[in-house]
Design a protein around this ligand. Sequence first.
Ligand code: PLP
Length: 397
Amino acid sequence: MPAPASLPAAAPARVPLAEPRLTGNARRYLLDCLDTGWVSSAGPYVERFERALAHYLDLPHAVATASGTAALHLALRAAGIGPGQEVLVPTLTFIATANAVRYTGARPVLVDAEPRHAQMDPELVHHFLTRHCRWHKGRLVNRQTGRSVRAIVPVHLLGHTVEMEPIRELARRYELIVIEDAAQALGALYQDRPAGTWGDAACFSFNGNKVITTGGGGMVVTRDPQLARRARHLSTQAKADAVEYVHDELGYNYRLPNLLAALGCAQMEELEDFLAAKRALAAAWRSALADLPGLRPLEPSPHTHSSWWLFTVEVDPALCGLDARRLMRRLAERGIQTRPLWQPLHLSPVHADCQAVVRGRAERLWQRGLSLPSSVGLDPALVPWIAENIRECIAQA
Ligand SMILES: Cc1ncc(COP(=O)(O)O)c(C=O)c1O
């Protein structure tokens, strides 16, 4: 492994991409669960975690789930999405978004990203709705498939946000349900309102690499009391009578255990500090990369106050002399972890048979995108050293 030339005395042996920070009351709350025996979903931290997130977003309802994927599945089902229907989903996202649609029996329609900020393109959503759909007996129908188009799942990628104003206007005009996938965007704002408060419901993930973590976990949030009630009901096997084991529909074991919710409560107490750390890190990255024209940061739109979940750049191979994958491998040899973006879903063997409205942009972002170390605990003072390593890798190309 080549030794980085400019290693400062305090430089770590390994720089992970996104490592959790398990400080504050995490240990105390976890020990409380062990001491009291409340480890399952019946314990008090579950509701406390729900109240904390609902309060943070200023929303009345939150339902804690075992994962972000479970949250998406529940939100879609609670909103009535099912077989014979279609849901618009960005093609550039983590696969869970489209998988959750498929779990309901509905089909995703995959929409390309706009090129500058990498988020779902409202203009292509408009294009699909006007050119590919028509109203038939009061239903919006996809001309090609004959299925009813019922919902849209905008995904706020990388801690930035989708342009929600035009999405909401299209949803209003075409009577679409909006379920935000805010798995990566806790703490991000669009026009001064949090990501997760713009749709009929929104879903968060507390997976290990997210802004806050419960190890694994998720949440459905909504203003709609019926949607919340239904999501909660479905999350606990749709029990109509818990004593007699009577279940009134097909439910799931999707509730978050108390042990994990305890971690979530401790992490929520530190959220503002974590966000400040992420934003300071992004500022450090921007200035450290300013004189590297071959790396273009994927910036948020002017309407977004990003949470900068993963600071991501587009690598221009013509200017750098190497592409994103080779740069990733070179940095890995120096103990610095980076990661490409997700394979666009219309190229995934799982979803390649779905209708796609694409213009080659997600594919280009997939080829060129590279997320750089963005852990809450990464000292911004180390960023110039990591940037120097990037510079050296490029110079050796
Ligand atoms: C955009 C997006 N949606 C959904 C998920 C699924 O969340 P989980 O891993 O908690 O199931 C993730 C991340 O993991 C994600 O990044």
